[in-house]
Design a binder for this molecule. Structure first.
Ligand code: ADP
Ligand code: MG
Length: 243
């Protein structure tokens, strides 16, 4: 279980996250929604310590970290091992084949045996529908394919949580669909995922839990079902504007 308690993050005068308290249950997909600039990315990046909140406590399984006291390099690496961020897919290593891109982390960072890692990498490529792309280089992939490789690469690191920040926002609609299909499949496997998205239909389909953020505050924190029947006018307006 991953849990935040009274997390605060400012950028200069701007208070981007205000007293954020919430949980991200294991084996569930949590979707973070909210208008542009509301703090979604900052929240997600804080979970991976790409942002350093000024205060708040971060609970991860049996560990408790206090942002006000600072988090050591060792603890930072430890947290990053358990939370893998999927970026926009364009940070694949250009000089490595798709297969080698997926194998790099497990071999270099996790120090797993090569033969095993290779077998897993092929299985992951199959999972994301790219079994036939093992030996091509990233520049031969479409944006949707590159993003699916990025997802496979994050799964290969066997993190507890996979974090995705608008994983399809750079893609054309038809390429978006193929990525969403893969994410939907992964979400049925009861992995722990946290996804920021603007795609309401997708949120409705994959989310177990939804967090709605506005101006750095959590306006809704609850089940998918409750979110879509909310009587909060602000949220209802947002849903209808986005669908
Ligand atoms: P969202 O992902 O919901 O669009 P962000 O988390 O990116 O929102 O940003 C929340 C607020 O914090 C915005 O007002 C944004 O301009 C500001 N912000 C985010 N990152 C920085 C930064 N590195 N420096 C200054 N302001 C930032
Ligand atoms: Mg964002």
């Amino acid at each position: 279980m991953l849990k935040l308690e009274k997390l605060n993050k400012s950028f200069g005068e701007h208070h981007a996250l205000v007293d954020i308290t919430t949980t991200f249950p294991e084996h569930q997909t949590t979707v973070i929604l909210g208008p542009s600039g509301s703090g979604k990315s900052t929240l997600l990046r804080s979970l991976n310590l790409l942002e350093r909140p000024e205060s708040g406590r971060y609970f991860f399984d049996d560990d408790v970290f206090d942002f006000a006291k600072g988090i050591s390099v060792k603890d930072t690496l430890n947290i990053r091992k358990r939370t893998e961020m999927v970026f926009q897919g364009y940070n694949l290593f250009p000089h490595l084949t798709v297969l080698k891109n997926i194998m790099e982390g497990p071999i270099q960072v996790l120090r797993r045996p090569k033969a095993e890692v290779e077998k897993d990498a092929h299985a992951l490529l199959k999972k994301v529908g790219l079994a036939d792309k093992a030996d091509v280089y990233p520049n031969q992939l479409s944006g949707g394919q590159a993003q699916r490789v990025a997802i496979a690469r994050s799964l290969a690191m066997q993190p507890k949580y996979i974090l995705l920040d608008e994983p399809t926002s750079a893609l054309d609609p038809e390429l978006e669909l193929e990525v969403l299909k893969v994410l939907k499949q992964i979400s049925t496997e009861k992995r722990s995922m946290i996804i920021v998205t603007h795609n309401m239909a997708f949120a409705r389909e994959v989310a177990d839990k939804i967090i709605f953020v506005e101006d750095g505050h959590i306006l809704f924190d609850g089940s998918n079902e409750d979110f879509f029947k909310t009587e909060n006018k602000r949220i209802a307006d947002f849903i209808s504007a986005m669908t």
